[in-house]
Ligand binder design. Structure first.
Ligand code: FES
Length: 84
């Protein structure tokens, strides 16, 4: 057993794992990714171009069933945009 304080890992809903840094991440192919930041965001969505580190690409995710802005109902379109 170690006397060290437990390291805090915070799960962000629909986002990354926030891990107290610095961290060394060992990838399945043996690659080592290191970050010396105080808090490191580890990607869980696999959309990051900087995987395994989060680049906030998870924010682009659409919620299931959420209508696209272009698909707004006709009554929500400004009257100037409606056909006569
Ligand atoms: S969790 Fe942020 S880009 Fe994947």
């Amino acid at each position: 057993m170690s006397d060290a304080e437990p390291r805090t890992v915070r799960v962000v809903p629909n986002g990354p794992l926030m891990v107290q840094g610095p961290v060394r991440i060992e990838m399945p192919d043996g690659q080592i990714v290191e970050s010396d930041r105080f808090m490191v965001a580890v990607c869980t969505c696999r959309r990051s171009k900087d995987y395994p580190l989060c680049d906030t690409s998870h924010r682009c995710r659409k919620r299931p069933g959420a209508p696209a802005k272009r698909d707004a109902p006709a009554d929500k379109v400004a009257s100037a945009e409606r056909p006569a």
